[in-house]
Structures are given as C-alpha cells and as structure tokens.
Design a protein around this ligand. Structure first.
Ligand code: ZN
Length: 410
C-alpha cells in the first residue's frame, strides 16, 4: 500500500479568507490516523526523492506543499459553494465531536436519516458487523467473528484517512445504503445468500486504498496503477485486487476459508464484477442492459438457492468450517466435502447486484439535505485538491475541480 499525500487544509482548498489558520485545529481530526499523517507530512517535505511512491501521491503531496503559499482568492461569490464550505466545517466539527453512544446511534440504522458522522471511526467496524448480523449472514454462513473483525479492520486500515471523501466512512456509508436498498427492493427474495454476502463485502471494499484522484488523472500522469491495469478501470481494478489480496493474505483475515474452493471462486468473481460496476465508464452500458431487461416481460430469474447449512444436513459428513481440501481429525485421510452444485449466478442476479452497488455508491444525493451537503462538501474538497495538483503540473483543470472558479460547478 502506498503512503504519502501530505495533509492539506480543506479550508485552503476552498480558499477560505482569514479562517485558514484558525481552522487548522478543527480540521485536524479528519486525519484520523496520526501515524499515516506523520508519514504523509514527511513525504510532503521531500517528495522529489521518494520515487517509490505513485505519481498521484507525489503530485498530491507537492500540490499540498505549495497550497499554503497560494494567495487567498475570492472564491466565495458562488452561493452554493459558500454553503458547501460552511457545511464542510460543520462536518469536521461533527467528526470531531464523536460523543454519541454507539448503541444509541445504531438505533437509527434502518433509516435514510441515519447520521454516520455520529460514529467514531474506530466504532465503524461494529456498525459493519451489525449490518451483516441484521441481514442474517452470521447465521446463514460459517463466518468467524474474530476473522471477520480482522478482515474489516485490515480493510479499514487500507482506506486512506486523509482522503476527504473516498475514505472508510464513505465505504461504510455505501454499505449502509446497500443494506437499506436490499430491504427496500426485497433483494433477499431475488438474491441467494452468497450473492448478498458478496454484495455487502463489495460495498465495504469498493474504494479501498483510493488515492483521492480519479482514473483520468492516474492515466494522464502515467501512474504505476494506470500502467498495471492498462488504463482500464484503473481504480476499480485496484480496489477489487486489494480486496482479494486482503482476503488471501492471512489466515486470520480469510473469512472465505470455510467455503469450498468453488464457492470461494464464485464469491471472488462476484466481488470483482460488483466492484468494477462502480466505474462510471461502465455506467451507460449497464443502464442499457437494465433498459433492455426492463422491456422484457420474462420474470426475474433467480440464481440457484445457496445454503451451506442444508448441504451439511444432507450429507451428514460435512464438518463445520471444512473445505474440499480439509483433513479429517486423524489427519490420515482427506475428508471429501459432499458434492453440491458449484454456485452460479444468473444474468438477472448479476445485473441486480451491479445496480444495487451503483445506486448505493451515489445515494448520498438522495439522502436528507443535512447529509447530502456534508458529502458534497467533502467530495468538492477532494476534487479541488486534484484540480490544484493539475494546475501545479500544467494540466488542464478537470471539470468541477477548479477551486478558483467555483462558479463553473455544474
Ligand atoms: Zn464509492
């Protein structure tokens, strides 16, 4: 995982007049990982010699170094931007407050008004576990609670805390929206347990290790990630790959271990498909598939039902947590997992999974306005940082990313 990206002041990204220095202390809580921040500051102090960092990291860090000397601009003549800026400050205060009791906050989990900013970052994995419990996955699947927390904490650690929008809180927010959408469309009647499991995992991991710049920036700057993935769904490929690596990295985080090899392969395939669907370059292709399917009068075709519990009962020989390569307690003979059909997903189920993650990923715009504004402010902060980096290296500033021309926001 790459490091760096010096901490920058979101207020400076907005060019806030005269507030910038006094707000520094308020802004600091957004950098929730002090160790990473220290590394980032170090990187920002001498970015020219740290060639092992990605191009995006270096450019961002360099951009942040120079921002402190940039003259304050008159940016606030756009009412909407001013409002967003105020909201950003409120958001940071909310993150800083974190006084609310988790048990009380989670009582509102089933509502679109659920305020995820009321949860301390370190408590977010508990919210994740609560959602998996509520959906019934701990009952339906052989999930080990200790491994589950190990995996979630590992994923949380790979989200970059200094990235204003695409951080672990956004991941948990998308997971929460997925959870609500599943309920809204009665998704569990159309998706089998493995598909629901893959969907929730994908929601949690869909932006892991996001550097805070977009695919176009990575491509035009010849970032190592762009080279690795041949400019194709660069970030989404990286998020999916990082997810799979995290699952396989350690026994203590491999929550897929109890599944058969065929089941593991199927879950991995679904994870990749669902995460890649969040690439907006695929948006119109997916929408066309949805339109085409919507005009088809055939009923929704569900995938074959999946139940590990039923399989065990049917066979009578499948031990808890065993896989196709498990050994018997004596260690003398490999226990053969009773044959059960390899899991598969229909086209309809796959399309529904893609639509659910896509809707959840951009759902904050349809939430109550007090939440929408916060997320918009954080996204704008991230975009302005990229715009500043583009100016620094002489690239045209991307649409909506020019902090000095907020009137152009569309
Ligand atoms: Zn996202």
């Amino acid at each position: 995982m790459s490091t760096s990206v010096a901490g920058s002041c979101p207020s400076q990204a907005f060019g806030a007049p005269s507030k910038s220095s006094s707000r520094q202390a308020q802004i600091s809580p957004i950098y929730e990982d002090s160790a990473r921040r220290a590394e980032a500051e170090q990187a920002g102090a001498d970015v020219t010699v740290q060639t092992q960092h990605s191009q995006a990291d270096l450019l961002q860090a360099d951009s942040h170094k120079c921002r402190g000397t940039r003259p304050v601009q008159v940016l606030l003549n756009h009412a909407q931007t001013w409002e967003l800026m105020q909201e950003e400050e409120e958001t940071l205060k909310a993150i800083n407050a974190n006084n609310k009791d988790l048990h009380e906050v989670l009582k509102g989990l089933k509502s679109w008004s659920f305020d995820i900013f009321d949860i301390k970052k370190d408590d977010l994995p508990k919210m994740v576990e609560r959602i998996f419990h509520d959906i019934g996955l701990f009952e339906a699947l052989p999930l080990d609670a200790s491994k589950f927390f190990g995996f979630v904490n590992s994923i949380m650690g790979q989200y970059r805390a200094h990235v204003p929008y695409h951080n672990f809180r956004h991941a948990c927010d998308v997971l929460h929206a997925t959870y609500l959408l599943l309920t809204l469309v009665e998704g569990q009647k159309m998706l089998n347990t493995l598909e629901v499991f893959a969907l929730l995992l994908a929601a949690l991991c869909h932006d892991v290790d996001h550097p805070g710049v977009n695919n176009a920036f990575l491509s035009i700057t010849n970032d190592p990630l762009a080279i690795r993935y041949n400019d194709l769904s660069i970030l989404e490929s990286h998020h999916a790959s990082t997810t799979i690596k995290t699952l396989l990295a350690y026994e203590s985080t491999n929550i897929l271990a109890p599944f058969s090899e065929a089941e593991q392969r199927h879950i991995r395939k679904l994870l990749v498909e669902i995460i890649l669907a969040t690439d907006m370059d695929h948006h119109f292709k997916i929408i066309e598939m949805l339109k085409s399917r919507s005009s088809d009068s055939n009923p929704f075709e569900c995938s074959p039902p999946y139940s590990m519990l039923d399989s065990r009962h049917n066979s009578g020989t499948f031990p808890e947590g065993a896989s196709s390569s498990s050994q018997s307690s004596s260690g003398s003979q490999t226990t053969v997992v009773p044959s059960r059909p390899s899991p598969s997903s229909t086209k309809d189920a796959t399309l529904l999974l893609k639509m659910l993650i896509k809707c959840a990923d951009i759902s904050n715009v349809m939430k109550p306005f007090f939440l929408s504004k916060r997320w918009a402010a954080l996204l704008l902060t991230e975009w302005f940082r990229q715009g500043d980096a583009e100016k620094k290296i002489g690239l045209p500033v991307s649409k909506n990313m020019d902090s000095e021309n907020p009137v152009a926001l569309q």
